[in-house]
Design a protein around this ligand. Structure first.
Ligand code: SAJ
Length: 410
């Protein structure tokens, strides 16, 4: 099966998907409204880092059937991978609709439209498909929410199980065969409503369970035990898998997708409380650090934030809890940020050595592996470190006067 496929949205999901489809032999056009991004892709530069992406890009370029443009052309298949943010806790489909408007201009009878962007459980049937019907042409439609994790996107795109939700069963089967040209994991077919619901459920499940871990951490701080040890031992039970506490949840999925449920249903007590717990973690961290700082009697302390990305070893800072922590701390203190991966963030980041030399206290927000290499004996100015990820251990500070505090250790 060799098709002409247009992938709309050259972001964290659209670009790797386009390259995998091109590697599988399809003729692929990548489209994005951001002309700067298109220009830089045309010059051979990737807009973000992701394991194996550079190599795949070079390989696919040598095949000669992947090109990018800011305008749509006619194609057999249109795959939409644009952002679906939430505004006031409701899904905002404006980028999806704007993609559909452009598709309409080049869409031919019998063409296929796939949506990979995360959408609410009822969005396909109530909003997206009616819009496609208005085009007045015969069409196939499927909702195939992406399930890959930043940092291991390419591997997960190929090996994770995939859910294809068709407008009709025939649509699902047709689109399954397209995905089967590059996916090695299992592929399941269902309705578009079930497929979009699965995606929102998956990330809500994670949000709720991270909130539980964060609540355990706060109990540990109040009562005085080591939550990390307790979680690791509780997880020895064959049917228990507690997630890890942290500074809050970031990324473009977990803090957002649960709102797709609250927007359409009132049966969401647990979802709402979990969102609240996770969203309050930055404030909780800042309160704990402020308390520690107040004991130091420094005039205007400088706090160094280690890590601005939303999770370790990636450059992605969408919805990062580091932003809220920075915002809250900046009201009272001078705040400096280091992140070896993040480029073009709205916050200025500085070199690691500079932040270590200039800070009175540090908060480890993102557990980038590179921070293991810090030789803390070189920075006597640092009074304490507040670790939000259980990244450092007491032994790391054996020869240093720096005090180590950690979330969830009492
Ligand atoms: N986090 C914790 N504790 C944990 C795990 C994560 O605090 O035990 C935090 C992370 O630090 C981060 C946030 O949660 O701030 C999210 O990180 P993540 O690695 O759990 O997930 P994402 O957002 O990078 O990717 C998720 C994945 N979904 C699931 O695992 C169910 C991925 O498979 C999805 O494709 C992606 O959302 C998406 O696009 O929806």
């Amino acid at each position: 099966m060799k098709l002409t496929i247009e992938v709309i949205g050259m972001g964290y999901i659209g670009l790797p998907t386009a390259l995998l489809l091109a590697e599988a032999g399809h003729n692929v056009y990548g489209v994005d409204i951001n002309e700067e991004k298109i220009g830089s892709l045309q010059k051979g530069n990737l807009p973000f880092e992701e394991k194996g992406l550079k190599e795949l890009f070079s390989k696919v370029k040598s095949f000669g059937h992947f090109s990018v443009s800011s305008n749509l052309k006619p194609a057999d298949v249109f795959l939409i991978a644009v952002p679906t943010p939430q505004i006031d806790h409701k899904s905002d489909l404006q980028y999806v609709f704007s993609a559909l408007t452009k598709i309409k201009e080049v869409f031919k009878d019998g063409g296929t439209i796939i949506i990979e962007s995360t959408v609410g459980p009822t969005d396909c049937e109530r909003q997206i498909i009616p819009e496609i019907i208005k085009m007045g042409k015969k069409f196939r439609f499927a909702c195939c929410p992406e399930r890959a994790i930043p940092g291991n996107t390419l591997y997960e795109m190929v090996y994770n199980a995939r859910i294809i939700g068709g407008h009709t069963l025939e649509d699902a089967v047709y689109v399954r065969d397209i995905y089967a040209t590059f996916i090695k994991g299992e592929i399941f077919t269902t309705s578009s409503t079930v497929a979009s619901t699965c995606k929102v459920m998956e990330n809500t499940y994670r949000d709720v369970n991270i909130a539980l871990a964060n609540e355990f951490a706060r109990i540990a701080d109040e009562v005085g035990f080591n939550v990390w040890e307790a979680i690791s031992l509780a997880n020895k039970h064959p049917r228990v898998n507690i997630l890890q506490p942290g500074p809050g949840v970031g990324g473009h999925c977990i803090p957002i997708d649960p709102w797709f449920f609250t927007a359409i249903s009132k049966q969401t007590d647990m979802i709402l409380i979990s969102r609240k717990i996770n969203d309050n973690m930055p404030q909780y961290i800042v309160d704990r650090v402020s308390k520690l700082l107040s004991k130091l009697s420094l005039k205007k302390p400088t706090i160094g934030i280690l890590g601005y990305a939303y999770k370790k070893n990636v450059d992605d800072f969408r919805e990062t809890p580091a932003e809220e922590i920075t915002f809250l701390l900046s009201k009272k203190y001078k705040v400096l940020i280091n992140d070896p991966f993040v480029k073009n963030s709205p916050r200025r980041t500085i070199d690691l050595d500079d932040i270590l030399n200039q800070s009175d206290a540090l908060i480890l927000v993102t557990d980038h592996e590179i921070y293991r290499k810090i030789d803390f004996t070189k920075y006597p100015n640092i009074k304490f470190i507040f670790d939000t990820r259980n990244f450092f251990q007491k032994n790391d500070f054996n020869n240093s006067p720096i005090l180590l505090y950690c979330l969830g250790k009492g």
